[in-house]
Design a protein around this ligand. Structure first.
Ligand SMILES: Cc1cc2nc3c(=O)[nH]c(=O)nc-3n(C[C@H](O)[C@H](O)[C@H](O)COP(=O)(O)OP(=O)(O)OC[C@H]3O[C@@H](n4cnc5c(N)ncnc54)[C@H](O)[C@@H]3O)c2cc1C
Length: 269
């Protein structure tokens, strides 16, 4: 699959520290398949390289949305680009969440830090197809309020009666009226019971480590807990095997895996 040119139509600085920016892209040539929530794409900057970024937009949305943490060669180059620049977009890649399997079930989305990206795509999809799903809950935590992404949307989502949205920060902050506490603690208090429910969890390893036992305690079976892996990868197509976890390739078999699938793989992810 080749990289196609895409124009950066809009850039939003998401966090107070300026380290996360959202890029709204529009492919300008050729047709790309619509992305499924949970998939990723390779973004490239000429002369710098290419890196995998989760697709934060739902398939019906106008732009392809990517929220990017400035950390290394490619993401630093992306952060320096102005609106209107053309970059390379290769995707969608990977499997995405099996959302058809979740119909009629209660769904809890659990996000920590900027790993919310593909869960934003999932939530926007679920709200568009709201009647097909049971209760929808999102638990989203950041270290402080200035690090929460998609603030305008969070405000809108909080007004909805068909969504339970719980925002939390690690410690009290001036003006903060939401919850205070780590994501696992909040999950224990507000998540639905595991019966007829699925949990999608994206966040830093420490959050995942402490959230999984709570979900299991609430009765979620490993088949109904989904994680998204972020192994370093190169081709994104299952050819170079750079991102393997035992026999599984994160780029092709993932990045979304159920906990039961991960339990069958070597613990090297
Ligand atoms: C499926 C998937 C989805 C992702 N989604 C997002 C997303 O939505 N938003 C986002 O911001 N990021 C996302 N990432 C992470 C992103 O792809 C990486 O941070 C990527 O490395 C950034 O590329 P870079 O060239 O800017 O950084 P790099 O130059 O690759 O450096 C990134 C970091 O890794 C360190 N590093 C460099 N080389 C190595 C090495 N060989 N081994 C270990 N560490 C090394 C660097 O010191 C630096 O801290 C995703 C990754 C995957 C696999």
């Amino acid at each position: 699959m080749y990289s196609l040119p895409a124009r950066i139509e809009k850039i939003v600085v998401e966090t107070e520290d300026g380290l996360i920016k959202s890029f709204y892209l529009k492919p300008i040539e050729g047709a790309l398949p619509l992305p499924r929530p949970g998939q990723f794409a390779m973004l490239s900057v000429p002369g710098k390289g290419e890196c995998p970024i989760g697709i934060a937009s739902a398939p019906h949305e106008e732009y392809w949305l990517f929220s990017i943490f400035r950390t290394g060669l490619v993401t630093d180059a992306l952060h320096r680009l102005p609106e209107g620049t053309i970059i390379g977009l290769r995707g969608p890649l990977g499997n995405g969440y099996p959302l058809e399997k979740f119909r009629e079930k209660n769904i809890v989305l659990i996000a920590g830090g900027f790993a919310i990206t593909t869960l934003r795509a999932t939530l926007v999809y679920l709200l568009k197809h709201r009647q097909d799903y049971g209760e929808v809950t999102m638990i989203y935590g950041a270290r402080n309020p200035g690090l929460l992404l998609y603030k305008n949307e969070l405000n809108e989502w909080q007004k909805r009666e068909d969504l339970n949205l719980y925002l939390t920060v690690d410690v009290e902050a001036p003006g903060w009226e939401g919850l205070v506490g780590f994501v696992p603690q909040i999950t224990e208090k507000v998540a639905p019971q595991g019966e007829n429910a699925v949990a999608l969890v994206c966040g830093p390893p420490v959050m995942i480590k402490f959230t999984l036992p709570i979900l299991e305690k609430l009765g979620f079976s490993p088949e109904n807990i989904y994680l998204s892996l972020e192994n370093r990868m190169r081709c994104g197509l299952g050819l170079c095997r750079h991102c393997n976890v035992g026999p599984a390739l994160v780029c092709k078999d993932g990045p979304v895996f159920s906990l039961s699938e991960l339990k069958r793989l070597p613990p090297e992810y």
